[in-house]
Design a protein around this ligand. Sequence first.
Ligand code: AMP
Ligand code: ZN
Length: 463
Amino acid sequence: MLKLHNTLGNKDEEFHPLEEGVVRFYTCGPTVYDYAHIGNFRTFVFQDILCRYLRYRNYKVIHVMNITDVDDKTIQNARAQGMTLKDYTTKYTEAFLQDCKTLRIQLPDLLPRATDHIPEMVALIETLEKKGYTYRKDGSIYFSISHFPGYGKLSKADFSGAQSGTRIDTDKYDKENARDFVLWKARKEGEDFWETEIGPGRPGWHIECSAMSMKYLGETFDIHCGGVDLVFPHHENEIAQSECATGKPFVRYWIHPEFLIVEGEKMSKSLGNYFTLKDLLSQGYSPEAIRYLLLSVHYRKQLNFTKDGLHQAQSSIQRLEDFILRAKEIAKPEEPSPDFNAEVQAVREHFTDAMDADLNTSAALAVIFDFVRFAYQKDSQKAFSGGDAQVAIDFLKEMDGVFGILRTQSELLDEEIAQQIEARQDARRRRDFAEADRIRQWLLSKGIQLEDTREGVRWKRIS
Ligand code: AMP
Ligand code: ZN
């Protein structure tokens, strides 16, 4: 039985979707004001694992992730670049989707953009106005938190002392600054705005997610996910708006992955301690190693990012790939031995036990490596038959349907090969020949052969 840690009840709870066999799942997507960093991608990779595992457990998953393409930062940056908001955010949305593809994050079923849903947000605000949860001030509309007794139930804070009528206009703030929050921001000179029934202006951040999630998943849905920094105020405010508008529970399971940190601090743009995916690829790290590192620690523990961790991730993947290469040498389409088959079945159960326990990916990976050790042992005892080898390969592929860390050469994109070649050239210029050789070997293990010619490096795919 799958259990997930629900922030709402602050405990592990058995997972039962509202409709049997179908999971309605919403994740807060990126704010597309810049390239995402790999801290962001820890959260997105986790969501991908959750989605893949639910599908592995035979649920039909309807996954919606929004794109926040209007907020203070997107507007400011677009202006600074002399671009329209649409052109600016399209550029970073495409970059985000490309990074997701490189990291083998399966795209959600729907990727709604905030700016395509202004009428839905306006309708939601109108409902809240009619029900008396809002007030207006200088053309902006605010949600009055003292009118919702459940305010604070997600972040477990007591806001009963919060002064009614004091307001906050920024979208991000901490619990100490809890005030009535903005639903609709009055038009400001030089800023993008929409002419609507509730006046000219633009939406606050929180209302975007309530409007888009309920539009596509219904007034009550199963899972809502986002990094821990979204618990307050973003998700607390989403609950307040949605539950006051519908009178129904909004979300049944709230799931919040912890941060990727660097030397004790959250990786973030504002601290400047971040790497984008491109940064790491250009240093010669493979997308698989980055993905492996991001998923290798249980999602509710902070993950300390180090280059050493990336190297270890690379060798762990190499170990699995070496094993598959070895198994392929002897695999035959014949019956496996009964004891090996039974072992595989037991390992499969250990894998699901680990993942059922609130998606314990590190325990699940340990199960896989124990299995590889066991199979090598069989091999060294000459007790690893062609049929066993085939079963082992199929089993690792099945596991990889959840983890997504093993890649065949045909999936390696030309662009990534070029990046790896560039990183190898860089290493050679630095006279780091060990690193250059490691990259050459890695490419070779993916079926890419390099040839150094006078005109530069050429490559070809070999079978
Ligand atoms: P943003 O684009 O800022 O809205 O962030 C997108 C997602 O990344 C949100 O779910 C954040 O909670 C998450 N996030 C931001 N920084 C980190 C970090 N250092 N580690 C893990 N997740 C993060
Ligand atoms: Zn959101």
